[in-house]
Design a protein around this ligand. Structure first.
Ligand code: DGJ
Length: 727
């Protein structure tokens, strides 16, 4: 609900309130974001004060108490006396870097705004409303439209900015944040999700310290190293207690999330496209739209924040072709064969998969061009007939005849120098004049800012997809950008290339969505190198990590789950010893870990023993039985695998709290371990539950407060599941 009264803008969700106010000078002040309060003007909380070296705008006259340097700003400016993080920096035609924004008007619209060419949460008027606040620099007439999408039920507040040059001279944007959020106190912890290839999104928590602390990516992709989702919380906040804020950027390119604790112990968070390598020229009349930022404030701990992000992402962000139906349980041949496969080998895997209840075979990298290793072939999207005689048209019917659907791997944004595409169009890859290009995995990045490049790749991929019945694409991206220079863009606009590249990527993904509405696309970037809310708009699941080791995955899923729902985490059972770690874990454990996600297999099923196949058939039946609970239920982190690797537990609880699935995995075996009593979460304290069909029914309140005794388990990395059903 949006309440507007005398330039006070109050956004209410079910449990939270967000407020800003245009003051007498037209400066848009941020007055509050936190647990739900009334419509009162909360600017009484702001205490203007005369502080040394905090200057005063000329309209303030002799009033030295009024300074942009101390007042909480809704979209912070630059060059006019606020020395904290700016939300916008622009170089004007006269060379000055000054943007002084003052309130012009407001507008409330039913439903949620959309952003042209960019991912955004969506909703109709029954679920969300939009507020647009327009600010303008009175000298240059640079205008900023601030968009707010208010989702009452999920407590989601979305923000974006559209910066329009209404002046008569060009302006160069040097920084354009999606949002700026000021906090009255810097007594906050910042939580970021960091890592590396094969070990993504490890939470890292630290109190804000004076100055700016930031995470980001300058890789052209959101990256394995830092995720575009961060949290701020009260120092004591935990899973179940305390005030916390989650902030997600819907962007798949380079980003920056920066928090600043200032001299007066207030704090600011800015979120947006990375300002490094960014310079965007706005000619008169032109506009720049930032990606969307999404915020959820939870007055009662991390779990509630995660549940609301999960629900909003599932319902209002992912455009899932399987919405209302089950997504396919798939087997992927990558870890089974790498590049060394042919049609018969794939059919053999599919034959072994069919009786196990697997729905789809996915043919991974290596089916096209001269792709026998990762040194060549990318860019040539025609079938490698040596491996697949007769092409996809011959292979797919053999898979379909076994009752399986068929999907393929693609990496549309890349080209190898050893390819026909590169021989014909060397200038289609990013490389700077006079410089030898930097390779990553022996490949170069195609210049997706260019429509002709996108058109060519799109046509080639469409031909392959239309040649037979393909239901799924795995969209991979296996290197970071470098040598970013586009032959199609003039030198003075090269600072636009990184962002234009992402717009090109989104354009391609949108074409697939438009032309193949039933096609499921799984995002991937060497696993989780582009696991972000922007991609989830186009690809409702993303290969979570190239690390398929079940024990490492516990940590990866734990960190990922703070923002992203388990239904978005591609997660497979692979062979042991594990390819990435060499660890041996029981097949049951690998199944229990992987089925808490978009489940599948990634091993040579034709080589599995009868015993293994029996376990897999049971796993698949369990997955189908618990599908609704896993994909739609509330996800509870019951333990922190970073704090206690001895055992890790999590639960999925149905919305009505009548059913729950608890999973638990132990660490390496040790003798005479203490007893484990697991306290459950999310149950209905007034109900009684049978656990795995037990005679005895346990009270929900006892299970949550006193716990459930976990039987001792012998051996390394054991796992068990408890299925709770209310009487
Ligand atoms: C990286 C992906 O994450 C893997 O699963 C696999 O598809 C390879 N690329 C193929 O090159």
């Amino acid at each position: 609900m949006i309440h507007v009264e005398q330039n006070v803008f109050t956004l209410h969700t079910r449990r939270t309130t967000y407020q800003c106010k245009a003051d007498g000078h037209g400066v848009l002040l941020h007055t509050y974001y936190g647990p739900r309060v009334g419509d009162d003007d909360l600017s009484y909380l702001i205490r203007p004060a005369d502080r040394g070296f905090s200057p005063n705008p000329s309209e303030a006259g002799r009033d030295r108490n009024y300074s942009l340097d101390t007042l909480p700003q809704e979209y912070s400016t630059c060059g006019v006396g606020d020395y904290r993080l700016p939300a916008v920096v622009a170089e004007n035609a006269d060379g000055s870097q000054i943007v002084d924004l003052r309130f012009v008007r407001s507008e409330v619209r039913p439903g949620k705004y959309a952003l042209e060419g960019l991912p955004a949460f969506y909703a109709d008027a029954a679920e969300a409303d939009t507020l647009v606040l327009t600010l303008q620099d009175r000298t240059t007439r640079l205008t900023v439209e601030l968009y707010y999408g208010v989702f009452e039920e999920s407590d989601l507040i979305c923000r974006a900015a559209r910066i329009v040059n209404h002046g008569s001279a060009p302006v160069r944007l040097l920084r354009a944040c999606s949002a700026c959020l000021d906090f009255p106190s810097d007594a906050l912890d910042l939580i970021t999700f960091d890592g590396r290839h094969t070990m993504e999104r490890e939470p890292s928590r630290a109190p804000l310290r004076p100055g700016v602390q930031s995470v980001g990516s300058i890789r052209g992709a959101s990256s394995h190293q830092h995720n575009p989702f961060v949290m701020l919380c009260e120092p004591g906040a935990s899973e179940d207690y305390g005030l916390c804020y989650g902030a997600a950027l819907l962007y798949s390119g380079g980003f920056e999330a920066a928090a600043e604790a200032d001299q007066f112990h207030s704090a600011r968070l800015t979120l947006g496209v990375s300002p490094y390598h960014f310079c965007w020229t706005l000619e008169p009349g032109e506009a720049f739209t930032t990606p969307e930022a999404a915020f959820i404030c939870s007055p009662d701990g991390f779990a509630a924040m995660s549940h609301r992000f999960h629900r909003a992402i599932r319902r209002n962000l992912c455009r899932d072709p399987y919405s209302g139906r089950r997504r396919p349980l798939l087997v992927n041949n990558w870890e089974a064969t790498l590049f060394d496969f042919n049609a018969d080998k794939l059919v053999e895997i599919a034959q072994a998969a069919a009786p196990l209840g697997i729905d789809m075979l996915v043919m991974d990298d290596g089916w096209f061009g001269k792709r026998c290793s990762d040194f060549g072939g990318l860019g040539d999207w025609t079938v490698n007939e040596e491996k697949l005689p007769g092409g996809l048209e011959a292979l797919a019917p053999r898979i379909h005849a076994l009752g399986l659907d068929f999907g393929i791997w693609i990496e549309p944004e890349m080209v190898c120098e050893d390819s026909e595409l590169y021989a014909q169009h060397p200038d289609w890859a990013f490389r700077a004049p006079g410089r030898a290009p930097t390779r990553g995995r022996s490949q170069l990045v195609l210049d997706f800012t260019r429509e002709e490049v996108r058109d060519h790749i799109y046509r080639a991929l469409c031909k392959a997809i239309r040649s037979t019945d393909i239901r799924y694409l795995k969209w991979d991206f296996n290197r970071s950008l470098s040598d970013v220079w586009s032959a199609a863009i003039p030198p003075e606009r090269q600072g636009e290339v990184y962002h234009r590249y992402v717009l090109g990527l989104y354009d391609m993904l949108e074409r697939f969505h438009r032309d193949f509405p039933d096609l499921l696309i799984e995002g991937c970037s060497g696993g989780g190198g582009r696991f972000d809310a922007g991609m989830l708009y186009y690809t409702p699941q993303i290969w979570c990590s190239d690390n398929t080791d079940a024990i490492d995955r516990l940590r990866i899923h734990y960190g990922t789950s703070f923002c992203y729902p388990v239904s978005s985490m591609g997660s497979h059972v692979s062979a042991v010893p594990n390819d990435q770690t060499g660890r041996v874990t029981p097949l049951e454990t690998r199944g229990i870990v992987a089925m808490s996600g978009a489940f599948g297999y990634e091993l040579d099923l034709s080589r599995c023993t009868e015993d293994e196949r029996a376990i897999m058939a049971r796993q698949n039946a369990d997955y189908q039985r618990y599908y609704g609970l896993i994909h739609e239920g509330d996800y509870y982190r019951l333990t922190d695998p970073f704090a206690d690797p001895q055992y890790t537990a999590w639960a999925h609880v149905s919305a009505d709290k009548r059913e729950a699935l608890v999973s638990l995995v132990t660490g390496a075996a040790r003798s005479a371990l203490p007893f484990v009593t697991l306290r459950l979460k999310g149950l209905d304290g007034s109900l009684h539950y049978r656990v795995n069909g037990s005679q005895q029914a346990y009270s929900g309140s006892a299970l949550m407060h006193a716990g459930y005794p976990i039987p001792p388990m012998r051996g390394d990395y054991q796992a068990m599941q408890l299925h709770l059903v209310a009487e």
